[in-house]
Ligand binder design. Structure first.
Ligand code: 13P
Length: 251
């Protein structure tokens, strides 16, 4: 039985003071839902402050990216080790905005996965096709390539600490959510590949869905057998909507 995992990706939003305030509100609203994991991912600059604000709440902090290199002369980068030292437990890697806006290749994402694991961070590996790729019938080929390259060389122990997030690029920030059936089709394929790579561990790896997840559509998505939670963008920016998404199906 996989424990649902809901993470909020705050992207490049919220000055430090507002990030602390939102973290406190999320803490209060989410409270004590014992049967799921929750994380929030602020900008690098707010990680320490948000980790302090969450104090001993069960909500964890994650980064939105980390460097592909170890510590050293890489101006502007943040290594996985530094991220961990600031209080992060998770790190989002291969988000489509990094792949498509910043031009990150599969090889770069793969290097980052290795650094994250070496630093003891739990990676959330994002995969997903663009609209053009979907319309050309290439969805599964694209997702399989991103997944296999991202996970290449990871041990079974590393895989057990990894989450996969399926985020169709056409559904991110557009309000156009994948239907539960569309998402499930891809999640089921991801599950098959994870089992090929990790044997029985593949059955336990959580696969989040991301892309216009809102309080009113999360229930349908979460009812699908291979959808184990959500990676939430816009709706994670208010405590109300995020906590409703976190609480889907609870009580
Ligand atoms: P939206 O929920 O705003 O579509 O963003 C999804 C996302 O990119 C989460 O990583």
């Amino acid at each position: 039985m996989r424990r649902p995992f809901i993470a909020g990706n705050w992207k490049m939003n919220l000055v430090v003071r507002d990030a602390i305030r939102l973290a406190e509100e999320v803490c209060e609203c989410v409270g004590s839902i014992p049967d799921r994991d929750v994380a929030i991912c602020p900008t690098f600059v707010s990680i320490s402050a948000v980790a302090a604000a969450l104090n001993d709440s069960p909500i964890r902090v994650g980064g939105q990216d980390c460097s592909q290199w170890n510590d050293g002369a890489y101006t502007g980068d943040v290594s996985a080790t530094i991220l961990r030292s600031a209080g992060a437990k998770y790190v989002i890697l291969g988000h489509s905005e990094r792949r498509h806006v910043m031009g990150e290749s599969d090889a770069v994402v793969h290097a980052k996965m290795g650094k994250a694991r070496a630093a003891g961070l739990k990676p959330i590996l994002c995969v997903g096709e663009t609209l053009d790729e979907r319309q050309a019938g290439n969805t599964l080929a694209v997702v399989e390539r991103q997944l296999r390259k991202g996970l290449e060389g990871l041990t079974h122990e590393d895989l057990a600490e990894t989450t996969v997030a399926y985020e169709p690029v056409w559904a991110i920030g557009t309000g156009e959510v994948a239907t539960p059936e569309q998402a499930q089709e891809v999640h089921a394929a991801i599950r098959t590949w994870l089992k090929e790579l990790g044997g029985p561990i593949g059955e336990d790896i959580r696969i989040q869905y991301g892309g216009s997840v809102k309080p009113d559509n999360v229930g349908g998505l979460a009812a699908m057998p291979d959808i184990d939670g959500a990676l939430v963008g816009g709706a994670a920016l208010t405590a109300d909507s995020f906590s409703t998404i976190v609480g889907f199906g609870a009580g």
